[in-house]
Design a protein. Structure first.
Length: 220
């Protein structure tokens, strides 16, 4: 089988940054609507690809592979979602990046897209002198801390009609105790960390700049 052909996207990617936490149902509805418009080729701004940077109020979300036993303490609202993956936490201090990209005009390759998302996070962390790494059999981006490994970023993807939904979540300075209500991504043997936990104090605006620069490097 021939390798997927990468072509230039038809339109420049639009960036949206929300300064206040966005309720999850509101974000999901907006994301679904935008992805549908992109897939339909609707005229105007709503047909442009979009990357949306935001925070959520404290919530847990369950992906399509979530095991109910991994919800240890439903102290925050729990949302079932169509993205891949298991349970994850979102909350203030965590930068979520939702990407609505048209893979038909890029590379129609799901695995390749996931690796690009991982590389987006790795390149972003490198701007803060953090070595983010993939781990075989484990979703997300990890940092080595002596004899232990901690997860610093998560990702979950859904693709409808070759348009992507959901995306990545990078821990900047969230309350790490909030992760204890779940088994994050089904992994019990390792912990969770953040830039702040690693001793790196940066603003969300700094992270946004790094995300945008790294995105352009990976996705064009």
């Amino acid at each position: 089988m021939d390798a997927p052909v990468k072509t230039a996207p038809k339109t420049q990617v639009e960036w949206k940054i929300s300064d206040q936490p966005v309720p999850y149902p509101e974000a999901l509805a907006a994301m679904e609507a935008r992805a549908a418009a992109i897939a339909d080729g609707t005229a105007g701004e709503q047909a442009r690809e979009l990357v949306w940077l935001l925070e959520h109020p404290p919530i847990y979300t369950a992906g399509t592979s979530a095991n109910d036993a991994d919800l240890l303490d439903a102290r925050f609202p729990v949302y079932r979602t169509g993205r891949g993956g298991q349970f994850t936490y979102h909350g203030p201090g965590q930068r979520v990046g939702y990407a609505m990209l048209d893979l038909k005009t890029r590379t129609p390759d799901v695995r390749g897209y996931v690796r690009d998302l991982e590389q987006w996070l790795i390149e972003t962390l490198a701007q803060f002198n953090v070595k983010g790494e993939r781990r075989e059999g484990r979703v997300g981006i990890w940092v080595q801390r002596g004899m232990r490994e901690d997860k610093i970023a998560a990702l979950g993807v859904r693709i409808k009609r070759w348009v992507t939904l959901h995306g990545v979540a990078l821990n900047v300075e969230p309350d790490l105790s909030h992760f204890s209500g779940i088994v994050p991504c089904g992994v019990t043997a390792h912990g969770v960390t953040s830039l702040a936990d690693l001793g790196i104090q940066v603003s969300m605006a700094d992270v946004d700049v790094a995300l945008m620069q790294s995105f352009k490097k990976i996705f064009g």
